[in-house]
Design a protein around this ligand. Structure first.
Ligand SMILES: Nc1ncnc2c1ncn2[C@@H]1O[C@H](COP(=O)(O)OP(=O)(O)OP(=O)(O)O)[C@@H](O)[C@H]1O
Ligand SMILES: [Mg+2]
Length: 265
């Protein structure tokens, strides 16, 4: 078996009579970038909230390095080395890069000024590690002055400081320009080169295709496709598949009522 980091088996999540996830199998191996795609309401956010331990699955199993972990929660998710960069509450924009990286988990020991020096050096090291080099910014720069792609870099650096083995990025390139998207890709490639894994959630299939080694397409709470980059070697193939899934005969997936699985009684 490949170097399996995390695996979901038959994970289901229902909200009352609505299934947000209807039996999802998904795994991420060490050192790979998995692209998770799907229309609005497909269940992507629900899936990553389950991985982060903030939403409890209704049924199913979660395995870490091949072993099932019971009573999955936020602490167990962090212990498993999963760090999620949520889209909205990722960073404190009025604070410095250093403050953002160490927020809540300051380097221990030493007097104030010593700790600050250590954190500064560690922030520089982390930024170098992910290829975040800048002639303009230092670890003392305010995050609000950074571009969108660079902010993702700060969040990724923080995840690495928090000992992430798997970094989950929720739509990291949505609303970013091409140049900024390229920056995020550079960080993602550096993370992969270090042997860590990335779960990359995206709306833009071209973006996901450019960066992921493997693709998982969610459709109305189920995995509609799992394919390697070799199988889906062009974004167009992936798009063609998505269109086939999104517009099956007689069903309009953009109708929100069609975007969930109803329990039939
Ligand atoms: N707290 C909740 N209560 C009830 N239904 C929910 C809840 N959270 C999600 N759902 C439903 O579950 C389904 C999956 O939602 P989810 O947010 O996971 O989709 P998504 O793929 O992230 O969509 P988007 O691309 O719009 O972010 C949707 O039909 C949604 O309405
Ligand atoms: Mg979502």
């Amino acid at each position: 078996m490949a170097d399996r980091l995390i695996e979901l088996r038959e994970v289901t999540k229902s909200y009352g009579r609505v299934f947000a996830l209807g039996g999802v199998n998904l795994h991420v191996d060490r050192g790979e970038v998995v692209g998770l795609i799907g229309d609005n309401g497909a269940g992507k956010s629900t899936l990553i909230k389950i991985l982060a331990g903030v939403v409890k699955p209704t049924a199913g199993a979660i395995l870490v390095r091949g072993k099932e972990v019971h009573n999955w929660n936020g602490a167990r998710s962090r212990d498993a080395g999963i760090e999620t960069v949520f889209q909205d509450r990722a960073l404190a924009v009025q604070q410095t890069i250093v403050r953002n990286i160490f927020m809540g988990r300051e380097i221990a020991g030493g007097l104030g000024f010593l700790r600050i020096r250590k954190e500064h050096a560690e922030a520089e090291r982390l930024m170098r590690e992910i290829g975040f080099t800048s002639k303009v910014f230092t670890p003392e720069s305010i995050v609000g002055q950074l571009s969108g792609g660079e902010r993702q870099g700060v969040a990724i650096a923080r995840a690495i400081y928090n000992k992430a083995d798997l970094i989950v990025l929720d739509e990291p390139t949505t609303a970013l320009s091409l140049t900024e998207t390229e920056k995020v890709f550079r960080f993602v490639r550096a993370v992969r080169a270090s042997g860590r894994s990335i779960l990359f959630i995206g709306h833009n299939i071209h973006h996901v295709h450019d960066i992921a080694d493997r693709f998982v397409v969610l459709d109305r709470g189920r995995v509609a496709l799992e394919a390697s980059r070799a199988e889906m070697d062009t974004a167009e193939k992936l798009i063609a598949f998505m269109e086939h899934v999104a517009h099956p005969k007689g069903v309009n997936a953009f109708d929100p009522s069609a975007a969930v699985l109803e329990i039939r009684q």
